[in-house]
Design a protein around this ligand. Structure first.
Ligand SMILES: [Mg+2]
Length: 362
């Protein structure tokens, strides 16, 4: 028998979504809630369900439903008060585990409990399952994952996973399978197809993703407009991004202080600017960043803001260098402010980089 070729590693995009996150966090932290219908929200007459556990959703409870309606649908239930700090901590913990498994450590977080990442493996389904297992082991929460060649495909599949397979599951499809499955979806499953667009498409006889692939372009343009029509057709063919875009890094570091009595001498304003610069140097140091641009902002007692900036050739986070710049810029800004008494002094560093060297391609 001819030997089959060794499988080649391939890159797939994962969309990871924590299952019913808020409710799950309560169940994780209080074992008596496991298996119970948990409703997160208030108990006042106008309260709505902020989140519901899978047990409550199984009975038809949905987020944003009045709490009074939800409790009538359930034979038994527990209401938990929202604890957003706890959810944020859990979300950050999940993201850290995802980063540890992601190609290049890159995670594109899209909400407190949802993110895209890429993994490269000969067995994408197993790689995705490893991510699910790691989150369970390290955070104690289940996530559902969709895996596909694009972010769009991954997102559609994670929703499918949640609905059809249940919490903690994975669905991976290669492109032919994904395209065949997508053809069966209603057009409104695609991003950019809200209720208004869906209704307009319906009136024109366009119901499914398959319809969008074959629709007359002139008709589609007339129904939803040129740009929206083109976007829908592209999505229907899974022509979509597969780039993981982590949230952009901090663009600047700043520190400012308002004084209880106004500063009215060049020396006291210079000192205040230098001390703000020192605080910024400390922040840059902790962040491992260097800055090329320094800015001083002064606010007069009459609430008139003046600022002065300077860009230097090489990045720095040296407190003395930044302090000296701060004094010079403060003197210039104070002159611009007509030497009015000053109530606020701020310093910010921008044009940040990871290296001390001058930027060659600036
Ligand atoms: Mg979720």
């Amino acid at each position: 028998m001819p030997e089959s070729p060794a499988p080649r590693p391939r890159r797939v995009v994962l969309h990871a979504d924590v299952d019913s996150m808020f409710a799950q966090v309560h169940q994780r932290d209080d074992p008596t809630l496991v298996g119970q219908a948990v409703l997160v929200g208030g108990t006042g007459p106008r309260s709505v369900v902020a989140a519901a556990s899978v047990e409550a959703k199984r009975e038809g409870v949905r987020s944003a439903m009045p709490m009074s309606t939800a409790v009538r649908m359930l034979p038994s239930y527990v209401i938990a008060a929202p604890d957003h700090q706890r959810y944020r901590r859990a979300g950050a913990h999940v993201m850290a585990v995802l980063e540890a498994h992601a190609d290049d450590g890159l995670v594109e977080q899209v909400s407190i409990d949802e993110a895209y990442l890429a993994v490269t493996s000969v067995d994408p389904e197993r790689a995705a399952q490893r991510v699910v297992d790691a989150v369970v082991a390290e955070v104690g929460l289940t996530i559902s994952v969709g895996a596909a060649s694009t972010k769009l495909g991954a997102k559609l599949l994670s929703g499918h996973t949640k609905r059809v397979l249940g919490p903690g599951s994975v669905t991976w499809m290669d492109d032919p399978e994904l395209l065949a499955w997508m053809a069966t979806l209603p057009a409104r499953a695609l991003p950019g197809c809200g209720p208004v667009t869906a209704a307009a498409l319906h009136d024109a006889g366009i119901e499914t993703v398959a319809d969008l692939r074959t629709v007359d372009r002139v008709l589609l343009r007339r129904v939803v407009g040129k740009a929206a029509g083109a976007a829908l057709v592209a999505a229907a063919h899974n022509h979509a991004s597969s780039t993981i875009d982590p949230p952009s890094e901090r663009k600047q570091v700043s520190h400012e202080r308002t004084f209880t009595s106004d500063l009215a001498t060049a020396a006291s304003i210079g000192d205040a600017a230098a001390s703000a610069a020192e605080a910024v140097a400390g922040q840059l140091d902790r962040a491992g960043r260097y800055a090329r641009t320094a800015t001083v902002k002064l606010r007069t007692a009459g609430f008139d803001d003046r600022s002065r900036s300077r860009t230097i050739a090489a990045g720095t986070r040296d407190a003395e260098v930044l302090g000296a710049l701060a004094r010079e810029l403060a003197a210039e800004a104070w002159e611009a402010a007509g030497e009015e008494p000053i109530r606020l002094v701020g310093f910010s560093a921008s044009n940040l980089s990871d290296v001390e060297q001058p930027t060659l391609f600036a």
